[in-house]
Design a binder for this molecule. Structure first.
Ligand SMILES: [Zn+2]
Length: 424
């Protein structure tokens, strides 16, 4: 019946829109408006900003990203349908989460990796996410929105206004380009991703029992109401006992056994596991900072740095805390360290730009703020750049920066509107 309705909807809407397509994974007829090329373009456009707004790449151990890519590509190579330019990154983020953009651009947080036991469980996560991309769930979700109401026909309909994760100095994101991809998948899409994720992990040689274990882990964490999980993976992939049961029924249709690759997984994770204490005291430092206990936070983050001096996030927080307590000159070398250890993350550039501005070095301040904008446009950087331009008497430049800030809304948007009124 559902199938019939789908076909009927397809026939009705196809008259006015581009039409139906056979889903390459499921073989079902669906109405999809975007082409695969459009998917690939959307993925490429959003991949960089989505990574930036979620902590940027994890760079302490590049071997881990290489390993995740190797596992991901093994599964991607057995997926049906057009070959997508698959790419996998590990994000420098404590929250257990993983996501897929259209067109095969995927990410997994280090906060999820440390919760897994072996390569087969990683294959279950990646297989599930790969199916969201390969079965074009984002495109058909968008299509459904468009069919439901003509008013929803917006290019960015699938880009929810999800707030990126920040440090203690809130850095607002501009309306365009800065939002993390946040597809809300339907229950049907979740079950479909589980089912075909299992199919492809088996095809790639893995033990499908790992997919059941993964769902059981999710249910356990969900029952515990782990806050980190609730804002991470569960926001887009709600777990349930039904899903565990469905996965259990699904794996019963396959022969038992398959690769687990526990040793290879543990080897790849060794550095990250070794650094867990350093990340835990970093999390404590963040908590202390949020309740304005800056000296306590500084002591904690210094402990993290001692344990793992190659982690840019630790140096960044140190710089941020020094900036927060007006020790601007001391903040610079800490932020230098953050930037040299990971030059491709936007946030320390903003803080160093702010520190330079407070020290009266507007040339260096502007250079850093512009560098941050190239990685991720933010209201914070635009506002600072607007103020610098205004102080120099460059009203046109100031105006264009404040207009960007105003478009982003919020408190910064209000301040920018007041500035624009002054400039006129
Ligand atoms: Zn999912």
């Amino acid at each position: 019946m559902k199938h019939l309705i789908r076909l009927l909807t397809c026939a009705l809407v196809a008259a006015s829109l581009t039409g139906c397509a056979v889903n390459p994974v499921t073989g079902k007829k669906e109405m999809i408006i975007d082409s695969v090329q459009q998917d690939i373009f959307t993925g490429q456009q959003n991949y960089g900003p989505s990574q930036q707004s979620q902590g940027g790449k994890y760079v302490v151990d590049p071997g881990l990203t290489a390993y995740v890519n190797q596992v991901g590509k093994k599964i991607a190579s057995v997926v049906d349908g057009p070959k997508l330019p698959y790419e996998f990154v590990v994000l420098n983020n404590d929250t257990p989460n993983a996501w897929a953009l259209p067109g095969g651009k995927l990410a997994i947080n280090r906060g999820l990796l440390v919760q897994l036991d072996d390569e087969a469980q990683l294959a279950a996560v990646l297989g599930h996410e790969i199916v969201h991309a390969a079965a074009r769930h984002s495109a058909s979700a968008k299509t459904q929105q468009m069919v439901v109401g003509a008013g929803a026909l917006l290019a960015g309909a699938a880009i929810a206004n999800k707030k990126p994760e920040y440090g203690i100095l809130a850095v607002g994101a501009l309306a365009v380009g800065a939002n993390a991809w946040n597809s809300k998948y339907s229950r049907d899409h979740e079950l479909e991703s589980d089912k075909y994720g299992i199919k492809y992990m088996v095809k790639a040689g893995y033990d499908p029992q790992a997919a059941v274990e993964l769902q059981e882990l999710f249910v356990r964490m969900f029952d515990k109401k782990e806050p980190n999980w609730l804002e991470g993976l569960f926001a887009s992939h709600p777990p349930s006992r039904d899903r565990v049961a469905a996965n259990r029924a699904e794996i019963a249709t396959y022969p038992k056994g398959g690769a687990r690759n526990k040793e290879a997984f543990q080897r790849a994770l060794a550095q990250l596991k070794h650094d867990q204490d350093a990340y835990l005291s970093y999390q404590d430092a963040m908590k202390a900072a949020k309740s304005s206990q800056y000296d306590k936070a500084l002591t904690l983050v210094n402990g993290s740095i001692q344990k793992q001096p190659k982690e840019a996030l630790f140096w960044e927080l140190k710089g941020q805390l020094l900036l927060q307590t007006d020790r601007n000159k001391e903040a610079i070398p800490a932020l230098d360290k953050a930037i040299t250890t990971n030059p491709n993350f936007f946030r320390p550039y903003i803080y160093r730009g702010m520190a330079y501005k407070k020290l009266g070095n507007t040339t260096n301040a502007a250079r850093d703020l512009v560098a941050s904008q190239r990685l991720l446009p933010t209201q914070e950087a635009s506002e600072e750049l607007g103020e610098i331009a205004l102080a120099k008497g460059d009203k046109n430049t100031a105006r264009s920066y404040f207009e960007q800030v105003a478009a982003g809304g919020g408190k910064a948007g209000e301040r920018a509107k007041a500035r624009l009124a002054q400039i006129q």
